[in-house]
Design a protein around this ligand. Structure first.
Ligand SMILES: *[C@@H]1O[C@H](CO)[C@@H](O)[C@H](O)[C@H]1NC(C)=O
Ligand SMILES: *[C@@H]1O[C@H](CO)[C@@H](O)[C@H](O)[C@H]1NC(C)=O
Ligand SMILES: *[C@@H]1O[C@H](CO)[C@@H](O)[C@H](O)[C@H]1NC(C)=O
Ligand SMILES: *[C@@H]1O[C@H](CO)[C@@H](O)[C@H](O)[C@H]1NC(C)=O
Ligand SMILES: *[C@@H]1O[C@H](CO)[C@@H](O)[C@H](O)[C@H]1NC(C)=O
Length: 265
């Protein structure tokens, strides 16, 4: 029974794959999709644990050309993501942060493969529900390999802290992220970076260019805060966001919340 089912699944999978002319026995993309379809369908992963529903989603999304969804499934496939916090067990990283970390590493150390991957992901289906991942790949591609390495070195020091007060609506913060400047120029002598409805992005006091940061970096940090510090108060309500990245010797403080004043050092 089980083998008949498996055979049927295999045939179905092969048909779908032929439609997209993707191999079921080879990696369709080297960097982020490191299981073949057959390995997942046959649960033959040489000891690597894979769990449902992510195993099926990996296969479905790959074969349907939803490559952002496929990457999302890949980062969940071993079942070690905490469903309430979104953090991967044994790390302090959310799934998106983990994808970002890996992408920065590849951009820095494998620029040619990264460029190929970008073309591949650019082909993703219109029904892909994780085009945020594709956008992330595109944004990282705009950094030089050296800048990507620098971001990788720096991001570990951002140490995002979440707050439970001054909660802004997540939807406002997402619009803020979309609308704010992402220029490489330094922020300089200002405290208010951008406001969108309930959501405010502010920075600590200016101490000269040495500890300043660019709009580009403030945007990346704000995205990490948004990703890591989302709450669902009483869970009857819209999602909210509040958090900050403390100042350190390399950069001033960055605050993303509903608060319209402050962001003290
Ligand atoms: C693969 O096999 C392991 C060990 O038998 C099992 O625990 C796991 O649930 C299986 N995964 C899938 C996706 O079927
Ligand atoms: C994968 O696709 C099959 C066939 O369309 C469907 O039955 C199954 O629910 C899908 N699995 C997931 C996890 O989306
Ligand atoms: C995660 O963060 C906690 C508290 O900030 C820290 O004690 C721990 O070492 C961190 N773990 C990893 C794997 O970075
Ligand atoms: C993108 O899709 C087109 C049409 O299916 C295909 O010819 C091309 O090889 C794909 N590009 C990549 C990089 O996969
Ligand atoms: C945000 O950007 C959109 C499109 O670029 C624009 O229509 C909208 O007015 C902007 N909102 C604010 C508050 O700047």
């Amino acid at each position: 029974m089980r083998s008949l089912y498996l055979l049927a699944t295999l045939l179905l999978n092969q048909r779908a794959a032929i439609a997209l002319s993707l191999s079921t026995t080879e990696l369709v993309e080297q960097l982020f999709l490191d299981f073949t379809i057959d390995e997942v369908v046959q649960n033959d992963t040489r000891g690597f644990p894979i769990v449902e529903p992510w195993a099926s989603e990996y296969v479905n999304a790959t074969q349907e050309g939803r490559f952002g969804d496929a990457v999302w499934a890949r980062y969940h496939i071993s079942g070690d993501v905490d469903s309430s916090t979104g953090i991967i067990e044994g790390t302090n990283l959310t799934v998106l942060q983990s994808i970002e970390e890996d992408a920065l590493g590849y951009r820095s150390s494998e620029p040619e493969l990264y460029a190929n991957a970008l073309l591949f992901y650019g082909n993703t289906s219109k029904t892909d529900s994780h085009t945020d991942i594709i956008d992330l790949f595109t944004t990282i591609a705009q950094q030089t390999p050296e800048e990507a390495q620098e971001s990788l070195n720096k991001r570990v020091t951002y140490g995002i802290k979440c707050s439970t007060g001054n909660l802004a609506y997540k939807s406002s913060c997402l619009s803020l992220l979309q609308n704010m400047s992402q220029s490489r120029s330094n922020i300089g002598n200002i405290r208010r970076i951008y406001t969108y409805s309930s959501c405010n992005l502010r920075v600590g006091p200016y101490h000269g260019s040495y500890t300043d940061l660019s709009y580009y970096t403030a945007h990346s940090v704000a995205r990490l805060i948004e990703d890591q510090c989302t709450y669902c108060p009483a869970c009857t309500n819209n999602l909210r966001v509040s958090g900050y990245s403390p100042k350190n010797s390399g950069h001033r403080k960055v605050c993303l919340s509903s608060k319209r004043t402050g962001c003290s050092p």
